[in-house]
Structures are given as C-alpha cells and as structure tokens.
Design a protein around this ligand. Structure first.
Ligand SMILES: NC(=O)c1ccc[n+]([C@@H]2O[C@H](COP(=O)([O-])OP(=O)(O)OC[C@H]3O[C@@H](n4cnc5c(N)ncnc54)[C@H](O)[C@@H]3O)[C@@H](O)[C@H]2O)c1
Length: 445
C-alpha cells in the first residue's frame, strides 16, 4: 500500500521533503525537517529569497543565519525556483499566502498556483499537505479535484491532508518543534501518513477525522482571538468613557482561576492571520446561507481602534491647547506586534493615515522597520513612504505627542517618560512604576 511505502520512507529518513513558500511559516518548517535529517528543498517564486537561503542567510527573525548556513553546508537544505524538482519530493507541504481580495473574499490564487505546479509534477508515492490557512473544503474540493485530473487516484497513487500552521513569530517559548500539530487527511491513510511525517519534527501530533475539521479548527483558533480581542477593545473604549482603568480591570478579572482568560486591548489587530482568517470562515458560512455575526461584530470593533487612538491623541493635545493640525506626533513601533518586523495589516498604517489627514506632522521610530510603505495598506490616501528616525533626546522633546503603537522590548521607555510632554500608550508598555514617576502626561487605552 502506498501509505506503508511512504511511512517506511519517512521512518528511515529517506523521504525527501519539499516546502512551497519560504515565508514566516515555510522557512522555519523547512529548517526543522533539514535539522531532523531529511533531505529538504524549499520552492520559492521569489528568486532573492532562494538565493539568500542557498548563500546561508536568513531573512526571517525566528530563523538564524547560522542555522541556515550550517544546514546548507551539510547539503541537506537548499532552495530553488525550479518547480520541476517537486517530482523528486516524497512529501510536499504548501505554505503560501492566503490574503483577502479587496471585497474581503478569500484569495486562494497562491494555493492554486502552487497546486498547479504539484499537479504538473505529481507522481505515484507522494504525500501532499496544505498548511496555508483557508476555508473548510479547500483541500478536498479544490486540491483533490485538481490532482485527480491527472488520472492518479487518492490512496492508490498519492495522499492528501491539511495541517494548519500555528507559528507565532517573535515568540521565543513556542516554535515549530514544540507547538502541537493538528492533522486531518482526505482519507484515513492520508491522515496517518501526514501525522507520521510531522511526528518526526514536532513533539505532539493531534489527528482529526478529516481535512475539513483541521481547516475549521484553525479558523476557530484565530476567530476566537479576533472575537476576544474585540471584546477587550470594546471594554477599553467603555472604560475610557467611564474613566476606569481598563488594564487594572483585566488584571483583577484574571485572578479568577477558572472561566476567564485574559485578552488585552490594543491599537487594532494586524498581521497575516487574525484580521484575515475570520473572513475565510464567514465567506464559507455565507455560501451556506449562514450569517456569522460574531465575526462581523469583532471586525467592526477592532477596525475602529485606530480612530479611537487618534481620538486619544486629539484629546491629549487639546488639554495642552494644541490642535492636531501642525502638531508633531511620533509613533513608537509600527510593526503589528512586539519584536517582529512584520507590518502587514498593522494598525500603525491606519493611525498614520488618519493623523496625516488631520494635518499632524507624523514620524516614527521602529528598530525593526526601516521603511514603511503604504502601497497595500487599506488607507484612504496614497501616502508617501516614511523612514524610521532615530529616537534622540531632541526628537522626544520636540514631539507634541508620542504614541506607543507597538511595545518593542528594546525601546527605552524610561527615557521617553522623562523627555516627552505627552504619551498615548496603546499597549500598557509603561508599567505602573514608570507611569507613577513619569514626567510626561500619560493617556492609556
Ligand atoms: N505568519 C504567521 O504568523 C502565520 C501563522 C499561522 C498561519 N499562517 C498562514 O500560513 C500561510 C503562509 O503565511 P506566511 O506568513 O508564511 O506568508 P509569507 O508571505 O511570509 O510567505 C509566503 C511565501 O510564499 C511565497 N510564494 C507565494 N506564491 C508562491 C508560489 N506559488 N510558489 C512558491 N512560493 C510562493 C512568497 O514569495 C513568500 O515568500 C498563510 O496561509 C498564513 O495565513 C501564518
């Protein structure tokens, strides 16, 4: 049986692994297979990335260049733009982007492009796994149909499964090898083979009964976050109106040892997952005449947070008898979360756009993001790119307001509280003591 052949190849470390898409998800995964003794090939459309890997350099924060160099030197790791080599792989994993169209509908064109290449190179004895986050049904409605058009048959010739990626960029505690992996195949044999493959590189594999369950589980995880962050954001706005300290309220509620899980407010949600993935679920629900109201409500609340942040800046400046127009506003951090360089969907883009439209003179400092472009941002105006400026004493003193949008660890917040006149802290980056001794007036979300 094909399943037994693949499992044997994997057990004996003779299976050759191919990962399509070497981004935040694909590169760490590829490294993990190479590190565990598998012949590993990364497939990229971006030639620069393939060259970087082959030259032993990493462009992803969570992967060190020394790890890439060490593995390319053993010749177990390589990257290529030539998809003909997919034929040489026994296991193929797809990790390409799954964005939204402007209409907020799923854009699975990257998955389709990767699947076309697999279809062209499909041969007997391969196990294929989709990792890109997508709506339930993609693996067996879209991929399986495409692959069977070759005349080859599932279970007889190839195996197919879905296994969602859960990587959390910038998290030093949980990385690919110690995050449990959910696996669901289009058939039991597919589940078994894919689960066996992942069990070589991760500590815990949780097999489910179908690819659809695995696809839906991923969307539940991210929708759960979006909805709960929405709740925390609503609470923050409510507390601001009632003049109650949101953070203290959450800290107090979190002392309950059961039935409560702390989520925190912020300037809005960002990254490639939380703002996008729930739309994959609501889109699929709509196809079946179901209106997923929690998702819509969370999106509405979360997407309004940048406006609220700008309101806090305006309120703070107003108390200093200053209008937003002509005021110097310095953003600290523009990445969508702390200690990463990813600005995709970052709320900083909307905050800057809103501030500029009100006539504020906006600049930013982010040790991870040298330049901020607005090409793909959902902003109203096509803004000029901005460059990160050094956080000098003069800049801090000359700013009318500092907005902490991202709480990067390496920023010296004490210095900020000593030199700036006004700080809007959207992340509770200034701990209680810092706030108490702050010379700056601090407004918290
Ligand atoms: N970034 C995260 O934190 C995260 C976490 C969990 C799940 N995911 C999901 O994983 C998937 C990948 O996300 P990512 O953050 O790694 O994206 P990414 O943009 O960092 O990387 C995707 C890579 O795929 C390449 N690519 C695009 N089309 C290709 C093709 N046809 N063939 C080969 N390469 C191609 C791109 O050049 C890019 O390097 C998405 O579905 C995302 O929702 C991401």
């Amino acid at each position: 049986m094909i399943k037994d052949e693949i499992i044997k190849l994997i057990t004996e470390r003779r299976a050759r692994v191919g990962v399509i898409g070497l981004g935040y998800v694909g590169l760490p995964l590829l490294i993990e297979f190479a590190r565990n003794g598998f012949d590993s090939t990364g497939f990229e459309v971006d030639e620069t990335k393939a060259t970087e890997i082959n030259d032993g350099r990493s462009y992803i924060g969570d992967v060190s260049s020394s790890a890439v160099k060490e593995l390319t030197a053993t010749e177990r790791l390589r990257a290529t733009t030539n998809f003909d080599h997919l034929k040489d792989c026994d296991a193929i994993i797809i990790c390409v982007p799954t964005p939204l169209r402007k209409t907020k509908e799923p854009d699975v064109s990257y998955i389709l492009a990767a699947a076309e290449e697999i279809k062209r190179n499909l041969r007997r004895g391969q196990v294929i796994v989709l990792e890109s986050t997508t709506y339930p049904g993609t693996t067996d409605e879209v991929l399986l149909t495409m692959f069977e058009e070759t005349g080859m048959k599932l279970d007889t010739d190839f195996l197919l499964a879905f296994s969602p990626e859960r990587v959390d960029p910038g998290n030093p505690q949980f990385q690919t090898h110690n995050i449990p992996k959910v696996v669901g195949g289009c058939t039991d044999s597919s589940t078994e083979a894919a689960a066996h493959l992942y069990s070589q590189i991760v500590k815990e594999v949780f097999a489910v009964s179908s690819a659809r369950v695995a696809e839906a589980a991923k969307l539940l995880e991210n929708t759960f976050r979006a909805v709960n962050i929405g709740m925390a954001n609503e609470m923050a706005r409510l507390c601001y109106a009632l003049n109650i300290d949101t953070w203290e309220v959450i800290r107090a509620a979190a002392t309950k040892p059961f039935g409560f899980m702390a989520f925190y407010p912020g300037p809005g949600i960002g990254g490639h997952c939380i703002p996008l993935d729930p739309h994959y679920l609501s889109w699929k629900a709509r196809q079946h005449g179901f209106d997923s109201r929690f998702i819509g409500l969370a999106e509405e609340v979360n997407s309004r947070m940048p406006e609220h942040v700008v309101q806090l800046v305006a309120d703070g400046l107003n108390d200093d008898r200053k209008p937003l127009k002509g005021s110097r506003v310095l953003l600290l951090g523009v990445a969508y979360k702390k200690d990463v360089n990813d600005v995709r969907e970052s709320p900083a883009l909307s905050i800057i756009d809103l501030l500029r439209r009100k006539g504020a003179l906006v600049s930013y400092h982010d040790p991870f993001v040298a330049e901020l472009r607005f090409d793909d941002a959902h902003t109203q105006d096509s803004n000029e790119p901005l460059q990160s400026i050094p956080m000098t004493d003069e800049e801090l003193r000359a700013s009318d307001c500092i907005v902490i949008v991202t709480d990067h660890t390496q920023i010296n917040y004490k210095r900020v509280t000593e030199l700036a006149p006004l700080i809007v802290d959207t992340r509770n980056a200034l701990g209680g003591e810092l706030r108490r001794v702050s010379k700056a007036r601090v407004i918290r979300l």
